[in-house]
Design a protein around this ligand. Structure first.
Ligand SMILES: [Zn+2]
Length: 233
């Protein structure tokens, strides 16, 4: 792999210079393209058509999602998939309710271009809209076969699933795939201070609370991922 140049802007979703198109709608890290194409080819041999729901996401886009959730304009779910009345929460409790499924702007791994949310287009009709619910990826769900295939094969292509299981912090997201050779370098280059500087330059909803809780949030939602070496359930 060529030398990686990781800037604070790339870490926080404020640069697209390292990206290239992965589909008509999705950008991701150019140095992940070969591994992604190899993964897709191998999956296709087993009858699985890997399709991207979400790849790179900018700080601006994440901030819009964050604001809509803080305002109650976009639903916030708990682990039981019930809607939480966000207007009844404040302070850290409010931030934690949102961060179960939505990253803090500046702190989403999707900013890096090294992450992909996936489904199996071969398992559903062409008009199926993936909901990104764990039930779709569990036994009986349309994407259970893709889930099992990734467990067996993803690592051979350098990929792993940082949110495979819930361990406090971010909820289980079996659809979320990460390219370790790049994302490990991004995480190593990231810091609370880099995140703080991005937020100071681009204030978001609940800014004061976010800044005062930033070391805790960074530890529980950025650093707290499923170990690469423990991906087989
Ligand atoms: Zn994701």
């Amino acid at each position: 792999m060529p030398t990686l140049n990781i800037t604070p802007q790339m870490l926080t979703g404020r640069s697209q210079q390292h990206l290239c198109p992965f589909s008509a709608q999705h950008l991701a890290h150019a140095q992940m393209l070969d591994a992604w194409l190899a993964l897709c080819k191998a999956a296709m041999v087993d009858g699985i058509s890997l399709q991207i729901v979400s790849a790179f996401r900018s700080f601006e886009r994440q901030a819009a999602i964050w604001q809509a959730k803080c305002n109650g304009q976009r639903p916030v779910y708990n682990l039981q998939q019930q809607i939480v009345d966000i207007t009844q929460l404040s302070g850290l409790k409010k931030l934690e309710a949102i961060m179960l499924y939505s990253a803090l702007p500046g702190a989403s791994r999707h900013h890096w271009g090294t992450e992909l949310d996936l489904y199996d287009a071969a398992a559903v009709s062409s008009d199926y809209q993936p909901q990104l619910l764990t039930t779709e990826y569990q036994a009986g769900g349309p994407f259970a076969r893709m889930d099992a295939w990734l467990t067996t094969n993803a690592e051979n292509f350098g990929f792993f699933r940082p949110y495979l299981r819930y361990q406090g912090g971010v909820a289980a997201e079996p659809w979320h795939l990460s390219y370790a050779p790049l994302s490990q370098a991004f995480l190593a280059a990231f810091s609370v201070e880099t995140l703080r500087q991005a937020l100071l330059a681009h204030p978001i909803a609940e800014q004061q609370c976010v800044l005062s809780e930033l070391p805790y949030l960074y530890q529980h939602y950025v650093e707290n991922i499923c170990d690469l070496s423990k991906q087989n359930r």
